[in-house]
Design a protein around this ligand. Structure first.
Ligand code: FE2
Length: 376
């Protein structure tokens, strides 16, 4: 609930014009969805859920849906060249195309957002099968990324019409990944305020946190960041913009290799980061490492924590504290060969912030990787 001044009168806005129930799924466009699905199942512990492709009447593409707790990924690849999915992969490499959001009414979500200046990606469309109905609609956001609104209250099928159950005999055990905590977008030079305004005006989000140059520049890898949140806090989209530094910003490196704006990282919640990261490392997931010296003084900065420091330092898990509590977090290396999309694993113990206290150590670790790639 918020109050805004409008045309000399103070108008109370008592309802959220875009009520969101959270992230419905994240869709990646990838060069080889069959292999990507195998990687995410093996390395991250997702289960096979649903499939669409030629066998189900879809001629242009194949999609595998995988799930772990409330975290759903769709991995989509084109079957031929010369179509928007193939073009997306040619331009960006593997990356996030869709951040899908769960709503009660996808038609109203589309009307409210397009009426406020959102550019339509998909007019409301009803999909039906014998399990009921799903309504989809969508708008464009930064780069070639889109938000789909998914209305599925009247649907009891496995994913959505057009998909069949994917019953695989290969289902590695889960790793404790629970749901999307936040999704971060990288935007171009001087584009931060455009996209902050987009999330405020078109989607009714608020800017809940800002970081500038002073907070998060190391010697080189400068960036600015603003965190946008929807009304109930279920959906949080931090936005990064590169800043001038001595050498190339990590955000600029992303923009160069993604060939434009796009999703930088998906942060995934766990209730036990030590167990989760231990399991992920055993399965070959690679993480950014901070120097051992980080742990020598960390407890002076963050105070008492429930966990033993030893496993945290062995695994390279970072710690930060705000007024409300603390958080534990760690970042994977990029998940594809281009230095673009990566994951964050996060366990919140009261803290609602994003690990500002770790930025310096973290960005120095990123710069070491950037330098190895020759991009600093
Ligand atoms: Fe994050």
């Amino acid at each position: 609930m918020e109050t805004i001044a409008k045309s000399n009168t103070t108008k109370e806005i008592t309802t959220d014009f875009l009520p969101l129930q959270g992230t419905d799924y994240v869709e990646f466009y990838v060069g080889n969805a069959k292999q990507a699905a195998h990687f995410y199942k093996t390395a991250f512990g997702f289960k096979s859920l649903a499939y669409a492709g030629p066998e189900t009447g879809v001629k242009e593409k194949v999609s595998y849906v995988i799930r772990q707790n409330k975290l759903t990924f769709v991995l989509t690849t084109p079957l031929k060249s010369n179509n928007p999915i193939a073009d997306h992969i040619y331009k960006h490499g593997d990356g996030v195309k869709v951040l899908a959001l769960k709503v009660d009414d996808a038609s109203i979500a589309w009307q409210e957002t397009t009426a406020r200046g959102g550019k339509s990606y998909l007019e409301p469309i009803k999909l039906n099968d014998d399990k009921g109905e799903v309504v989809l609609s969508g708008i464009h956001t930064y780069g070639d990324t889109v938000h789909l609104f998914v209305e599925r209250n009247n649907y009891s099928g496995v994913f959505m019409p057009g998909f069949i159950s994917w019953n695989s005999n290969y289902n590695p055990s889960e790793t404790g990944l629970l749901y999307v905590d936040h999704c971060v977008g990288n935007v171009g030079w001087n584009q931060m305020n455009t996209w902050v305004k987009f999330y405020e005006d078109v989607m009714g989000f608020r800017n809940i946190l800002s970081f500038d140059d002073n907070d998060i520049s190391t010697e080189y890898s400068a960036l600015m960041s603003k965190v946008m949140s929807n009304g109930n806090g279920f959906v949080k989209f931090p936005i990064n913009e590169p800043a001038e530094g001595k050498k190339k910003s990590q955000i600029e490196e992303y923009l160069d290799f993604y060939n434009g704006e796009g999703v930088q990282h998906v942060a995934i919640a766990t209730n036990n980061i030590i167990e989760t990261v231990n399991e992920l490392q055993k399965r070959g997931v690679e993480f950014l490492k901070v120097p051992a010296s980080y742990y020598e003084t960390i407890l002076e900065r963050v105070g008492t924590i429930d966990e033993d420091l030893k496993p945290l330092s062995e695994l390279g898990i970072l710690i930060d504290r705000d007024e409300e509590g603390y958080l534990l977090q760690i970042f994977t290396k990029p998940l594809e060969d281009r230095p673009t999309v990566f994951f964050e694993i996060i366990q919140r113990k009261g803290a609602k912030s994003f690990g500002k206290g770790n930025f310096k150590a973290l960005f120095e670790a990123i710069e070491r990787e950037q330098a190895l790639r020759g991009n600093l």
